[in-house]
Design a protein around this ligand. Structure first.
Ligand code: FAD
Length: 294
């Protein structure tokens, strides 16, 4: 669905409870976690859904023609990064994991800040913003507690998986299926929630059914895609079992360029491109393959 087709008429106020860096000072990217208190008691969402953030104009004139110039507001989506919770005042709480974006104008060479991401990253405690939603197809926890999950994320695509893994190991009783998380970034410091300073996932490493693998860009080509291929091929047997099993689920989240590498790697593990295409089609149709890419 195109951004301009979302209904931004109904909006809720959300107060910033916290805004903290998730990346360390050495990282080349800045990613921040925002904690919002939504001023709507019945605001509910499922894991894998996103909220819309509406930034009121006017905007700088020198930005690209397709960036909503002339529109009274700027609308962007952000995936919810935690399981549902409540604030001290009993209101719904939503966490977002936001990468500060910028882009270089190819004609002038000037760097421009992305509107919504910079707006969010610059918010302070008690600021009030406008949001709407939630939107998108959730990453459901399978009803069968023996189902296997292959979670593949890139960059801020870790957000829904952080919520999903937490939900499985904290709230689902007697989970017995395998959970395999492949998470990629350019450098170790950009592995969000999984770096030397903040590692949320260590709390699940004791779980018999959980394993996480890190994929980094091959040095020194920092801009090359994270090397999922090596990580996935290293666990080929297990990945193939999950792919071929009718109880196997594959959820993918993050930058859209993850898909090319992933599809090439997975089709390479199978005997033929044809088998890969029909397997993916069957999994997509049954809801066993879901993508949240942007
Ligand atoms: C369903 C969905 C969920 C999303 N979830 C998240 C999330 O959890 N966290 C998050 O940080 N973003 C997420 N995004 C991306 C987000 O909606 C914005 O596109 C992004 O923050 C840029 O918006 P902006 O207003 O700051 O930039 P704009 O003012 O729109 O400027 C965009 C420019 O920034 C650069 N840019 C924009 N997005 C990206 C990107 N993903 N990677 C590299 N460069 C980019 C491009 O060069 C582009 O020209 C999601 C997008 C979708 C569709």
């Amino acid at each position: 669905m195109r951004l301009e087709d979302y209904d931004t008429g109904e909006r809720y106020r959300a107060r910033i409870l916290a805004n903290a860096a998730v990346t360390g000072p050495e990282a080349t990217e800045e990613v921040r976690e925002l904690t919002l208190e939504v001023d709507r008691d019945d605001f509910a969402y499922a894991i894998g859904q996103s909220v819309g953030v509406i930034v009121e104009g006017p905007f700088r004139q020198a930005v690209r023609a397709d960036l909503d110039l002339g529109h009274p507001h700027h609308f962007r989506l952000y995936t919810i990064a935690d399981t549902p919770g409540r604030s001290e005042r009993g209101k719904p709480v939503v966490k977002l994991c936001v990468r500060r974006c910028s882009y270089i104008d190819e004609h002038t060479g000037e760097e421009y800040p992305g509107i919504a991401s910079n707006y969010l990253c610059d918010r302070r405690h008690d600021d009030v913003i406008s949001i709407n939603g939630p939107f998108g197809i959730p990453f459901d926890v399978p009803a069968d507690p023996e189902a296997d999950l292959l979670l593949i994320g890139m960059g801020t695509g870790i957000a829904p998986f952080r919520a999903l893994v937490k939900h499985i190991y904290r709230e689902v009783k007697d989970w017995r299926g395998r959970v395999r998380l492949f998470y990629g970034a350019r450098t170790g410091m950009e592995l969000l929630y999984m770096n030397d300073e903040i590692d949320d996932f260590t709390q699940y490493y004791d779980e018999d059914t959980f394993e996480a693998f890190k994929a980094l860009s091959p040095r020194p080509q920092w801009n090359a895609p994270a090397d999922y291929a090596t990580e996935i091929r290293g666990r080929a047997g297990e990945v193939l079992e999950i792919l071929r099993s009718e109880h196997g689920y594959v959820y993918v989240a993050g930058r859209h360029d993850i898909l090319g590498v992933l599809e090439k790697t997975l089709s390479g593990l199978l005997d033929s491109e044809q088998e890969w295409q029909s397997l993916k089609l069957a999994k997509s149709r049954s809801g066993h393959w879901r993508e949240l890419v942007y």
